[in-house]
Design a protein around this ligand. Structure first.
Ligand code: HEC
Ligand code: HEC
Length: 303
């Protein structure tokens, strides 16, 4: 009996030891990623000052989803507050109290938006630069011009912090991106942006964010890495199980503008961010429509 108890003790002790080692490894692994300094090439973007460019910058800020995360006055918001992940704060982009606007150079704005890094080169949390990496110099310049033009908004916030369970999740769970900068080909040749027009190419340029949920192929399905209570994304190719082949272009535009499909289904803005996409112009939505039509017609769920 004594011998048996001794063995139980050894096994339990070894288990506890392994768990402690595992937690230490997870801590240091996540710490080295959270403090990694990315090597970012210089970004020389011309920032316009004319009213039309600033207006276009605001338009991009709205339909690309920046406003949904950073707030209508760019004052910053609590983007995520969940013990399982941590507290993630979207930055106050203005020159008001708590805002970073007063001490950012044009180059630093460009690096943050295009490459997802802070001024010290470490990766921003959950700031989806994987989508904004593709912005043309002109669009990026207009967005920065708009940010610089907004009046100061006072909003002092704590810095973003990942909890210990968040560190476990970011280390062990595949398909969840805490640090988008890790996925960006910073040193690759800049992608060329297509010319503006009602073309599939320009539609593809406008819709990088859709892939996050509808999949690389846009055929929908359960969204990997998202909370279990999220609905799956529908198929938005023209293949099997998609509602889109029965819609007209006008009905598609109406759906994105109002969140109401021709079938009378209300799209929940908490899951499908039509509240941002409704700001797209008619021509931008037409380009999106021809792009979706041009995609391989896949069965639902071939993401
Ligand atoms: C999904 C939410 C989300 C969206 C969409 C988003 N951001 Fe952010 N952004 C954040 C968060 C969160 C941070 C701060 C991350 C941190 O603290 O590590 C941030 C940080 C930034 C910063 C860094 C500020 C600094 O410290 O230098 C800039 C600039 C910025 N965002 C601009 C934009 C622009 C422009 C867009 C749209 C083109 C945009 N963001 C879209 C969530 C978002
Ligand atoms: C954050 C996830 C997310 C993103 C990003 C997203 N969608 Fe969706 N989308 C959904 C979900 C989830 C639904 C189903 C919503 C519901 O049932 O309330 C949906 C529904 C739709 C529908 C309705 C389809 C049908 O059969 O009724 C269309 C059209 C659509 N999305 C197009 C787009 C386009 C175009 C983009 C990019 C410009 C986009 N979505 C970006 C998650 C997303």
């Amino acid at each position: 009996m004594k011998k048996f108890l001794k063995w139980v003790g050894i096994v339990l002790g070894a288990l506890v030891g392994l768990i402690v080692i595992g937690l230490v490894v997870i801590y240091f692994n996540s710490q080295s990623r959270l403090t990694h300094v990315f090597d970012i090439p210089e970004e020389q973007v011309t920032i316009p000052t004319d009213a039309a460019s600033i207006e276009n910058g605001k338009h991009i800020f709205q339909f690309r989803g920046c406003e949904a995360c950073h707030g209508e006055d760019l004052q910053g918001t609590v983007y995520l507050d969940d013990p399982a992940v941590g507290k993630v704060i979207s930055t106050n982009l203005t020159t008001g109290k708590g805002g970073v606007g007063g001490d950012r150079t044009d180059e630093e704005w460009a690096r943050a938006i295009r490459h997802g890094v802070r001024t010290d080169g470490t990766g921003l949390l959950f700031m989806p630069s994987t989508e904004f990496y593709y912005l043309s110099d002109e669009d990026l310049g207009d967005v920065i011009a708009y940010i610089k033009s907004v009046p100061p908004a006072d909003n002092e916030q704590p810095v973003s912090q990942i909890s210990f369970t968040g560190r476990i999740v970011m280390t062990l769970v595949k398909g969840i991106t805490f640090i988008p900068a890790e996925l960006i080909p910073h040193q690759a040749a800049r992608p060329t942006a297509p010319t503006v027009g009602i073309t599939p190419e320009y539609g593809a340029y406008l819709t990088q964010s859709c892939h996050v949920c509808h999949g690389i192929t846009m055929s929908g399905g359960v969204i990997p890495g998202f909370p279990a209570d999220w609905p799956p994304a529908p198929n938005i190719t023209f293949g099997g199980g998609s509602a889109l082949p029965t819609w007209t272009e006008e009905e598609f535009i109406n759906t994105i503008r109002t969140g109401l499909t021709p079938e009378g289904k209300e799209l929940r803005a908490a899951y499908m961010p039509w509240n941002s996409y409704k700001f797209m112009s008619d021509d931008e939505l037409k380009a999106t429509w021809v792009y979706l039509q041009s995609l391989p017609k896949l069965e639902y769920g071939n993401r």
